[in-house]
Design a binder for this molecule. Structure first.
Ligand code: URA
Length: 193
């Protein structure tokens, strides 16, 4: 096993015992994330739902199956991406993660994941992830569309897949965002060859 893969695995194992925020009390699994340790793109969602909490993997419920199909149709196979969320434990009743939960998870796990995987491109899915990744307090609309620089990486912000699944108008914009992300990923992979 390569060094980076091993470090990521060690971190994921360590995360299983995390009790840094109150969300640990109600969880079945810490949903740390999945994908290649050397992925050239990372996707950051909001928080695990019921299916993810039970299965221990990100985006495997109804939203997840919609999202993975949509990724594949935009030439973004989920197996080639590293997929995780802003918080790794399910909030009760699927409420939004609170500020202290976001902060605790970010410093303990998310920043370390990003550092190890070192992806040049990150797709930020929804408002919570935008707060987590860009300390953003405004509306998602203001961030969508452009690319944002963060510690030497490019971040693209789009809707959360649940919103895209529910609302056809958002779904169309979401598809365009994924296609755009795919083009940028292909470009960054070509220029690194
Ligand atoms: N929504 C997320 O943001 N993450 C998951 O893993 C599932 C649903």
């Amino acid at each position: 096993m390569r060094k980076r893969e091993l470090q990521l695995k060690t971190l994921a194992e360590k995360a299983q015992g995390c009790s840094r925020c109150p969300l640990h009390r109600g969880r079945t699994h810490v949903v740390y994330g999945e994908g290649p340790a050397a992925a050239s793109a990372m996707l950051v969602g909001e928080a695990p739902g019921r299916a993810e909490d039970e299965g221990g993997r990100p985006f495997i419920g109804r939203t997840g199956s919609f999202f993975r199909k949509m990724l594949a149709s935009c030439d973004l196979p989920s197996e080639e991406l590293y997929i995780t969320s802003a918080v790794k434990c399910r909030p009760p009743g699927n409420r939004d993660p609170k500020k202290d939960e976001l902060t605790a998870c970010r410093s303990a796990w998310l920043e370390k994941q990003i550092e190890l995987i070192d992806p040049p491109l990150i797709l930020v899915l929804g408002k919570c992830a935008a707060v987590q990744m860009l300390d953003w307090r405004g509306s998602l609309k203001e961030l969508r569309g452009g690319f944002h620089s963060r510690q030497g990486r490019w971040l693209q912000v789009t809707y959360h897949p649940t919103a895209a699944m529910r609302f056809p108008k958002i779904r169309e914009d979401f598809r365009k965002d994924l296609q755009r992300f795919g083009r940028n990923l292909a470009h960054s992979q070509n220029s690194n060859r």
